[in-house]
Unconditional design. Structure first.
Lengths: 289, 328
């Protein structure tokens, strides 16, 4: 494996890992702060990708599509939290699993009714549709680098939001003691709604920016969801830092696995998870559960 | 209902079900066979969720594994003997459940749900991506297993009625076995662990070993259901391992009522029939293609408004607590 090839795989792995982080961070926030397991999280990734396809064919630009779609997904997230998830905070995980499983079926069928079952393509924005030559026959697409850059910016913004702002302080306080925060006069319900909508918007955004690379197809959400579960288990529930570390680890492991040992590539992430479970069942960055 | 009636009711139901093939309606008999198989599957999950307090979202792994185990044991155009292939399939499931159980039982709650799902998905990819079980097309079982004692043919499973009786027998046997297990001191300890794990540990119970035993038994029983399902459909493909299957069996359990055992049987029946009705093209026309939409909405409504399932409704009617665990 020469250096240029290695570099390409490394960049691909990092880009995939960073994309996973966007989906997984929302998942881990909702788990950690609200104590809710959301199997339908992957469906929002799918919704994002399909919205990107529809709106970009409508407006002719992916950037415009993303700017239009983000408010839509935030509203969708807030509405679902109000209508459905709010009723399950105090209930057993069993019912959260069941409700969100039902939600997946509904999302998949609505997708089939609205968009059909074909694979759809989204064009890379013209501005970023270029490649950087590495050797005479290998080059690297600018769009992938742009995705990585955007994901890194969002990761930094998320860190700043949670660790450095007043809202972030309330979110962290709400995670450790809901009732105490409420009796201090903070509207915890509103905070839950915001966190849930934020998580969903992140997943949908990941679907939107990845649409030109992965194309848009049925069941694309469940694939991402299960990998993100592995990410959350490895990183530790509720830990955004853990989600970042685990996403990058999984991204690199899967990318290099596919190139080097294609027969067992599908299993590598699960073996990694098994090792972490034996070694640190609470996850790399998780507190004792 | 007095306790004497309660004791005999299950046997009365089994007796009635045993008479069903006399109606000679093959379509409904096969549908009922599917219900019986799913009832075994749902009961095996109830042991885990309803009685041990462990919510698994990867139970299809054991169901599918048994199906694949059978498909790989069958020679191409010959029948395999049920006497050793069924125990072998159950054994494979027990072993896989033991190994995965040791890993997943290191976690609790949300983690447990995710990890069981992830291991089931791992198995899905093993069969989907490698040539082992025919990849995404699956593996076929051309000849159904033989049940012979010496030269005497006890049952011919190619005949729907005889296969139906086998499924009914195994369903009743599973029910009886689980009743026995749950009535024993082991079963009482499991309920204790479900209600308060820490207290049971403080009392000196080896909680991990009890949970592992329950997990392994549950996986093995799911294997019986998976074996029968593979015999009924004549193939095993990755779909039988998919998480939709895990979700469906969880739904059956909750629909019937977790922690009651007989609720799982009722739930399996209700779920399979509902699926059949919703996807009936004669009744719903083009909408039948999108039956999952109605099913999804139904599942959400059950989760929100009917947490104790049908058994819970019945017991509420009689003014009793819904689960056996609730009055401990």
């Amino acid at each position: 494996m020469d250096f240029a090839f290695f570099l390409i795989q490394l960049l691909n792995g990092l880009q995939y890992g960073l994309l996973l982080f966007l989906v997984a961070s929302g998942l881990t926030l909702v788990f950690g702060i609200m104590g809710i397991i959301n199997l339908a999280h992957g469906s929002f990734y799918m919704v994002g990708a399909y919205l990107a396809w529809s709106l970009s064919s409508l407006t002719g630009s992916l950037t415009a599509a993303i700017l239009l779609a983000i408010p839509l997904t935030v509203v969708l997230g807030m509405a679902l939290e109000r209508l459905l998830f709010r009723h399950l905070y105090q209930r057993d995980h069993l019912y959260q699993v069941l409700l969100t499983y039902g939600l997946i079926l509904v999302f998949e069928e609505l997708r089939s009714l609205i968009w059909g079952d074909d694979v759809l393509g989204v064009a890379v924005p013209a501005l970023l549709n270029a490649s950087i030559p590495l050797t005479e026959n290998l080059s690297y697409p600018v769009y992938r680098l742009a995705i990585s850059g955007v994901c890194l910016l969002l990761a930094a913004a998320l860190y700043f939001l949670i660790q450095k702002t007043r809202l972030g302080m309330m979110i962290r306080a709400g995670a450790s003691n809901r009732d105490m925060v409420q009796s201090l006069g903070i509207d915890i319900k509103l905070i839950y709604t915001l966190v849930f909508a934020l998580g969903i918007a992140l997943a949908a955004f990941a679907g939107m920016i990845n649409a030109p690379l992965s194309s848009v197809f049925p069941n694309m959400g469940s694939q991402v969801l299960i990998i993100c579960f592995v990410v959350v288990v490895i990183g530790g529930i509720g830990s955004v830092k853990g989600a970042l570390a685990a996403s990058l680890m999984i991204g690199l492991a899967e990318t290099f696995g596919t190139v080097l040992v294609p027969e067992v590539a599908g299993m590598i992430v699960y073996v990694l998870m098994a090792i972490v479970l034996v070694w640190r069942p609470e996850g790399l960055f998780g507190g004792r559960a | 209902m007095n306790s004497r009636l309660q004791q005999f009711l299950p046997w009365f139901v089994v007796g009635l079900l045993a008479l069903f093939p006399l109606l000679e309606n093959t379509f409904y008999m096969q549908l009922l066979t599917k219900v019986l198989i799913m009832a075994i599957f749902a009961m095996s999950l109830d042991l885990l969720v309803g009685y041990t307090g462990l919510v698994s979202f990867g139970h299809a792994a054991y169901f599918g594994l048994a199906g694949y185990a059978l498909a790989l044991m069958v020679p191409k155009y010959e029948a395999v003997s049920l006497w050793w292939s069924l125990p072998a399939a159950i054994g494979v499931c027990a072993l896989f459940a033991l190994v995965t159980g040791m890993l997943v039982l290191r976690t609790r709650g949300i983690y447990f749900i995710m990890v069981t799902l992830a291991f089931a998905q791992m198995l899905f990819f093993v069969f989907h991506d490698t040539k082992l079980g025919g990849g995404s097309d699956g593996a076929y079982i051309y000849v159904k297993p033989a049940m012979k004692l010496g030269d005497f043919e006890m049952a011919n499973l190619e005949k729907p009625a005889q296969f139906y009786w086998l499924a009914l027998f195994l369903m009743a046997a599973t029910y009886l076995l689980l009743r026995r297990v749950l009535g024993s001191s082991f079963g009482r300890a499991l309920l204790g662990i479900k209600v308060n794990e820490h207290r049971m540990r403080a009392l000196g119970f080896p909680v991990f070993r009890y949970q592992l035993a329950s997990f392994t038994l549950s996986g093995s029983l799911a294997g019986i259901a998976g074996y029968l399902a593979a015999v009924q459909y004549g193939f095993g493909n990755p779909e039988i391992l998919s998480w939709h299957q895990s979700g469906a069996v969880l739904m059956m359990g909750i629909l019937g009522g977790m922690g009651t055992l007989y609720g799982s049987v009722i739930g399996a029946g209700a779920f399979v029939l509902l699926q059949e009705v919703l996807s009936n093209q004669a009744w719903f026309g083009a909408a039948a293609k999108h039956w999952q939409l109605a099913m999804g909405i139904f599942i959400m409504l059950v989760a929100l408004y009917m947490p104790q399932g049908l058994a819970g409704l019945a017991q509420k009617f009689r003014g009793k607590p819904a689960t056996e665990g609730a009055d401990e």
